[in-house]
Design a protein. Structure first.
Length: 120
């Protein structure tokens, strides 16, 4: 069953964060498989290029003595982009609540003003 797609970049960053917290590395194929399970496809040349660019921008390669044994980890830039996204998302939620509460107070103020005007 396919999970809901949000944004390929955010999904990759969240996967990288999860693996980083588990102290596990990520292989390029593991990232591709994870994203394909989310419903993304990499069949065209452009889609494959997107996956390659995503891997280069968000993940750092740790190269040991064996070049075939490459391990990828979420890099600091990718991690801070993920934190920035979460901060903006939370700020939007609080801004919406502030607008709703302000609207309620404005409505109450108008009602009291009308009542005062009618009583005088």
């Amino acid at each position: 069953m396919k999970e809901k797609q949000k944004n390929i970049y955010l999904d990759a960053l969240e996967f990288g964060e999860k693996k980083l917290n588990e102290k596990k590395s990520i292989s390029r194929n593991g990232l591709k498989e994870f994203l394909e399970n989310k419903g993304y496809r990499f069949s065209t040349k452009e889609e494959k290029r997107l996956l390659d660019t995503l891997g280069k921008e968000a993940f750092s390669i740790y190269r040991g003595t064996d070049p075939s044994n490459r391990k990828y980890y979420l890099n600091i830039t990718g991690y801070f982009k993920l934190l920035e996204y979460r901060g903006i998302k939370q700020a939007r939620k609080y801004a919406l609540w502030a607008i709703v509460i302000t609207g309620l107070f404005l409505l109450v103020s108008i009602i009291f003003s009308i009542m005062e005007f009618c009583l005088n």
